[in-house]
Design a protein around this ligand. Structure first.
Ligand SMILES: NC(=O)c1ccc[n+]([C@@H]2O[C@H](COP(=O)([O-])OP(=O)(O)OC[C@H]3O[C@@H](n4cnc5c(N)ncnc54)[C@H](OP(=O)(O)O)[C@@H]3O)[C@@H](O)[C@H]2O)c1
Ligand SMILES: *[C@@H]1O[C@H](CO)[C@@H](O)[C@H](O)[C@H]1NC(C)=O
Ligand SMILES: *[C@@H]1O[C@H](CO)[C@@H](O)[C@H](O)[C@H]1NC(C)=O
Ligand SMILES: *[C@@H]1O[C@H](CO)[C@@H](O)[C@H](O)[C@H]1NC(C)=O
Length: 305
């Protein structure tokens, strides 16, 4: 799998060649129509999310988001701000950022991730945890990648668990595998394996392919990259790409719907289904009435890709 930071598009030309070759070979076509394991379970989450929302909201749970300043993180905040399912949301990051139009339930806390143990009290009593922390491998040494995507994530999870977190949701990656010879896949895989040993009541692991961002500001590199991915995402929307907002909606749908399984792993296409954006894979009785599954989704984002 190709790895980028969402807005970092330097090896554009090489990528272009790779992408053309891949699309010509029909790999995307195969991936697009490849079947999903457990599709009914995923469809049911999207189908029942909206009707579970009111009951969930009444419980007045609290949540934290680590990595909230990132691409997935910021979209998660938007979705949470619209859905209003938590009474309190603590945003934990290495810096305070300016966030507009968020409700009073949001609160930012600045921490030093190397000394996260010192901030254990922040996690005290928080019911739900979302971790969208990560770094890009393109510009990053393996040690730094390990530190953020493995060490910081696990430390966050450890403190969350100690503080009483019931359901921990984490963004991993396609290809995560503790035995992989690629350091990023290995780091993500080892992170997942260790997380499973923490015995959360629920643990949800998301494995996106290539994240697509809807950016407000114009960045030249972005345009090249996005114009390469756009046709792929257009013809094969669930094969390798995942709009960051779809990821955020999937995370939200999944927390409001009760689930007996303690560990869920969602691959790229499954994330689309859980978000209610790929009902073509669902049996007719589980296709949400509204085309996009739930009211958290804003239609205007759709035309982007
Ligand atoms: N991009 C892709 O195509 C892709 C593909 C598969 C999986 N993923 C995974 O998806 C997840 C989210 O990706 P994204 O694109 O939303 O990431 P992003 O935009 O790069 O955001 C990363 C988040 O992690 C924080 N962070 C990074 N390095 C840090 C450090 N050294 N110390 C403290 N915080 C740090 C950032 O905080 P600051 O804002 O302070 O920097 C930000 O909140 C990541 O786990 C990534 O590995 C991405
Ligand atoms: C929900 O919890 C928050 C604190 O977590 C509290 O301030 C608020 O009053 C609670 N709301 C209700 C309706 O209980
Ligand atoms: C690596 O693979 C072996 C055999 O398939 C398995 O027993 C082991 O748990 C794996 N290790 C990791 C770190 O995934
Ligand atoms: C979860 O388990 C309970 C009892 O063990 C059962 O009644 C319920 O239907 C199950 N829910 C799902 C979604 O499987």
């Amino acid at each position: 799998m190709l790895w980028f930071k969402c807005h970092e598009i330097i090896p554009g030309f090489i990528l272009a060649l790779i992408y053309v070759a891949l699309s010509l070979s029909g790999v995307f076509l195969y991936m697009e129509y490849e079947s999903i394991e457990d599709v009914d379970t995923h469809c049911r989450i999207a189908y029942t999310a909206e009707r579970n929302t009111a009951a969930f909201r009444q419980r007045n749970y609290s949540a934290f988001v680590v990595g909230f300043s990132g691409e997935v993180g910021r979209h998660l905040l938007e979705v949470l701000n619209r859905a209003k399912i938590f009474g309190k949301i603590t945003l934990i990051g290495r810096r305070i950022i300016k966030l507009n139009n968020l409700g009073p339930e949001f609160e930012q806390r600045r921490v030093k991730f190397d000394l996260l143990d010192d901030y254990a009290d922040i996690f005290e009593g928080i019911d739900y945890g979302f971790c969208t922390l990560g770094t890009s491998h393109g510009s990053v040494q393996s040690a730094e990648f390990n530190r953020v995507d493995h060490d910081y994530v696990l430390k966050t999870a450890e403190l969350a668990k100690a503080g009483g977190c019931k359901h921990f949701s984490v963004v991993s990656s396609h290809g995560a595998d503790g035995n992989s010879s690629f350091f990023f896949n290995r780091a993500k895989g080892l992170m997942e394996e260790t997380l499973m040993q923490y015995n959360f009541e629920r643990l949800s692991i998301y494995r996106p392919g290539v994240l697509l961002c809807n950016r407000q500001e114009h960045r030249p590199g972005d345009t090249i990259f996005q114009s390469l991915l756009r046709p792929v995402a257009y013809f094969f929307p669930t094969a390798v790409t995942l709009p960051v907002e779809t990821a955020a909606i999937a995370m939200l749908n999944n927390v409001v719907v009760p689930n007996n399984r303690s560990v869920d792993i969602y691959e790229n296409k499954a994330i689309h289904v859980v978000a209610g954006m790929a009902s073509q894979y669902c049996p007719p009785e589980l296709v949400p009435l509204r085309h996009y599954g739930n009211s958290f989704h804003r239609k205007d984002h759709d035309s982007e890709f």
